[in-house]
Design a protein around this ligand. Structure first.
Ligand code: NAD
Length: 478
C-alpha cells in the first residue's frame, strides 16, 4: 500500500539539467503512484527571474520528453511548483525562501517537513547549507539535506565540505546521493546473497578467485568536457560508484536490515582497503584516454569542447583493489570504467575457483550481475550451475529477467521522504575511499601519461588486459 508523503522540496538549481532530467520526472512518477498527492510543494530556486507560471511550463516541457500522459495531469502536478529567484550568497533571498516555504506549508499542509536538494554546483553546497541554518529555514518537522556528487575532489576538499555542511546539519539528516545505490539491482545484491545460503557461503577468499566490476560507456564526454577536465574517470566513477557497488557485493552480513549495521559493515570493508605504495599504483592501476575511432571520424578526447589540447585527464581506468580482511584478503577486485568503449555495460562478475565444487557449485563458475541494461531494465544472469540437491541455492532460471521499473532517483526520493538512509553514503565511507583514491591520483599527477592511448570503440589500452593476465586471470566481459 502506497502511503502518501508530505514535504516541501526546496531545489537549489531548480532550472538546471539534473532537476529537469532526473528530479522532476521522478517526482512526477511519485505523484502518479500516489507517494506524492496533495501535501507537497516544490520550490525551484535559481538566479534567473522566472515567474511561477514560466517555471511550471519548463517543468511540463521536460515531463513531455519522458511521459505521454494527458497534459491536464501534468498541469495538476505542476500546480504544486513555485519559483523563487535566488542567489546563493544573498541572505535576504533565504528569508524570502523561508517565508514562501512557510506559506506553502500552510496551503498544502506539509507537516513542516523540508527536503533541501542541492542540484547546484558543488562549490555552493557549503554556502547554501550554512545559510539554511543561519537564516533559520529549519522547521519543527524534519529537515533533510540532499547532496549530489561530487562530494569533494580529494580527501582534503571532501573534509572541508563535510566540515561546512556538518556545522549546519547533523550527519543523520544528510543524504549523500550516489545514484548507483538507487539502482534496484545494486539494492538487490545483498538480498540475493542473503537469500541464497550456498552462494553466500561461497562469498569469501576460500571460494572466490576474483571479482570484477565494470562500468563502461560507449559515449565520449559529449558536452561535459569542462566538468570532465576537473574530474577524470577515477574521481567520477571509481571513488564513488564502483566502491559502492563493491560495498554491496562484499560487505559482511548482507541480511542486516538496520541502516547503522549495514553502514558499519561497509565502513569496515572500506577501512580494510589495502593501501598502495606509489610503485604498487604503477603495477595495479592503468589509465587511458580515448583517441579517435578506427575510421578517424570521432573526436579524440583532446578535441572535445572545453578540453585542453594537451589534457592529461584519464577517460579510462582499470585497476586491482585488494582488502585486508578475513573474508577477502588475497582476492583481487578488478575494476574498470571508461568512455568510448564498445558498449554500455554496468556489471559485476564474480569468478569462483575450483574449490567451490565442494559446496555443490560447478568449479570455476561465474555469476554475472548486470546492473543496468537497455531502457533502465536490469537483468541478472545466473551463471551458477548447482546440484539438484542444492535446494537452497539460487533458484532463478538461467537468465532471469528482473523487472526493475523504478528509476534510481525515484527510489532514492522515496527513501529521503521515509528517512531511510541505507542507500546513501556516509562520511566515514567517503573518507576511506578518498584516501585510497588520492594515493593513485597523487602518483599519476607526478607522472606524464602517454595519451591518447586507446582507440574509441575498443576495450581501452592493452595494459588493462595485461593487468589480469599477470595474475593468470582474464576479464569476463571482453
Ligand atoms: P546545471 O548547470 O544544469 O544547473 C545548475 C543550477 O544552479 C542552475 O539552475 C543555475 O541557475 C543554478 N545556479 C548557478 N549559479 C547559481 C547561483 N550563484 N545562485 C543560485 N543558483 C545558481 O547543473 P546540473 O547538471 O543540473 O548539476 C547540478 C548538480 O548536480 C552538480 O553538483 C552536479 O555535479 C550534480 N550532478 C548532475 C548530474 C546531471 O546528470 N546533470 C548528475 C550527477 C550529479
Amino acid at each position: 500500500m502506497v502511503k502518501e508523503k508530505s514535504a516541501i522540496f526546496i531545489i537549489f538549481g531548480g532550472s538546471g539539467d539534473l532537476a529537469h532530467r532526473k528530479l522532476y520526472p521522478s517526482l512526477f512518477r511519485l505523484y502518479k503512484s500516489g507517494f506524492l498527492k496533495d501535501h507537497f510543494a516544490v520550490i525551484g530556486t535559481a538566479r534567473r527571474p522566472w515567474s511561477d507560471d514560466y517555471f511550471r511550463e519548463t517543468v511540463i516541457t521536460s515531463l513531455k520528453d519522458y511521459f505521454d500522459d494527458d497534459e491536464d495531469v501534468m498541469k495538476e502536478f505542476a500546480k504544486h511548483f513555485y519559483y523563487q529567484s535566488h542567489d546563493v550568497n544573498d541572505s535576504e533571498h533565504y528569508i524570502a525562501l523561508k517565508n514562501l516555504a512557510a506559506k506553502l506549508d500552510d496551503q498544502f499542509d506539509c507537516g513542516h517537513n523540508r527536503v533541501y536538494y542541492m542540484a547546484i554546483a558543488p562549490r555552493f553546497f557549503g554556502t547554501v547549507a550554512e545559510h539554511i541554518n543561519s537564516e533559520g529555514l529549519k522547521t519543527s518537522g524534519y529537515n533533510r539535506l540532499v547532496i549530489e556528487k561530487p562530494f569533494g575532489r580529494d580527501l582534503d576538499s571532501a573534509c572541508e565540505l563535510n566540515g561546512n555542511i556538518s556545522k549546519a546539519f547533523p550527519e543523520d539528516d544528510i543524504y549523500r546521493i550516489d545514484h548507483y545505490l538507487g539502482k534496484e539491482m545494486v539494492q538487490d545484491i545483498p538480498h540475493i546473497r542473503a537469500n541464497n545460503p550456498t552462494f553466500e557461503k561461497a562469498m569469501n577468499n576460500k571460494y572466490v578467485s576474483n571479482i570484477q566490476v565494470t562500468l563502461a560507456e560507449s559515449l565520449g564526454v559529449e558536452d561535459r568536457g569542462g566538468y570532465y577536465e576537473t574530474a577524470g574517470v577515477l574521481r567520477d566513477m571509481v571513488q564513488n560508484h564502483i566502491m559502492q557497488i563493491i560495498g554491496a557485493v562484499a560487505s559482511d552480513e548482507p541480511d542486516a536490515t538496520d541502516a547503522k549495521v549495514i553502514h558499519q559493515h561497509k565502513c569496515d570493508l572500506f577501512g580494510s582497503l589495502k593501501e598502495l605504495t606509489p610503485e604498487q599504483v604503477d603495477k595495479s592501476f592503468v589509465r587511458g584516454q580515448y583517441d579517435t575511432d578506427k575510421l578517424g571520424e570521432k573526436k579524440s578526447y583532446r578535441e572535445e569542447d572545453k578540453v585542453a589540447s594537451d589534457s592529461e585527464i584519464e577517460t579510462f581506468t582499470a585497476g586491482k583493489i585488494e582488502f585486508e580482511s578475513k573474508r577477502w584478503s588475497g582476492v583481487p577486485f578488478y575494476v574498470r570504467s571508461g568512455k568510448r568503449l564498445p558498449d554500455k555495460q554496468s556489471r559485476v562478475d564474480i569468478v569462483f575457483n575450483d574449490k567451490v565444487a565442494d559446496l555443490g557449485i560447478r568449479a570455476n563458475t561465474v555469476v554475472t550481475l548486470l546492473i543496468e541494461q537497455i531502457d533502465g531494465q536490469s537483468i541478472l544472469i545466473n551463471g551458477i550451475n548447482y546440484k539438484d540437491s542444492g535446494q537452497d541455492f539460487i533458484k532463478f532460471p538461467e537468465e532471469a529477467e528482473f523487472n526493475h521499473a523504478r528509476e534510481a532517483y525515484e527510489s532514492l526520493i522515496i527513501d529521503i521522504l521515509s528517512g531511510n538512509r541505507v542507500h546513501f553514503t556516509l562520511w566515514d565511507e567517503l573518507r576511506s575511499t578518498w584516501k585510497y583514491i588520492d594515493t593513485i591520483r597523487e602518483r599519476w599527477d607526478s607522472q606524464t601519461p602517454e595519451f591518447p592511448n586507446y582507440i574509441s570503440g575498443t576495450m581501452g589500452p592493452d595494459a588493462a588486459e595485461m593487468l589480469l593476465e599477470r595474475d593468470g586471470n582474464t576479464w569476463i566481459w571482453d
